[in-house]
Design a protein. Structure first.
Length: 134
């Protein structure tokens, strides 16, 4: 394989369908598609006013989130912050995080560097954090 890769994000398989999250979520992951060794990325799109059903954190993977369009909120360990187009959020590995779209939906890219498969899913994240409206 070449020492580079070019992929079209929208041509990657929508993993949200596999996990029963569609049509409220679109999730396309590029680590394997690009044969990345040290980092990865994903494209996420949340329907208007949709809150992710879970949060997550990592053991060793730092992540960056770039809001492409729309807006909403991110919950970081119970602290919620408004997000708007072109905001960038850096999150340390062990910080629990989850997203909620605003009335225009929320579209973002996530970039990570570090170990793969080190995510811990937090099923009742919004309720346990004491934040949110639902």
């Amino acid at each position: 394989m070449a020492d580079y890769a070019i992929v079209n994000i929208k041509e990657l398989e929508d993993q949200a369908v596999k996990f029963g999250l569609s049509p409220n979520v679109e999730a396309r992951f590029g680590r394997k598609a690009t044969d990345a060794k040290q980092g990865g990325f994903s494209y996420q799109k949340l329907a208007p006013d949709y809150r992710q059903q879970f949060g997550h954190k990592h053991e060793g993977q730092e992540e960056f989130y770039v809001v492409l369009s729309g807006g909403g909120r991110i919950n970081l360990e119970g602290d919620t912050h408004e997000l708007r187009q072109w905001d960038v959020v850096r999150v340390a590995p062990t910080v629990a995080r989850g997203f909620e779209a605003g009335p225009e939906g929320l579209e973002f890219l996530a970039f990570g560097a570090g170990e793969t498969g080190d995510a811990t899913m937090l099923e009742s994240f919004w309720e346990d954090s004491g934040s949110g409206s639902g």
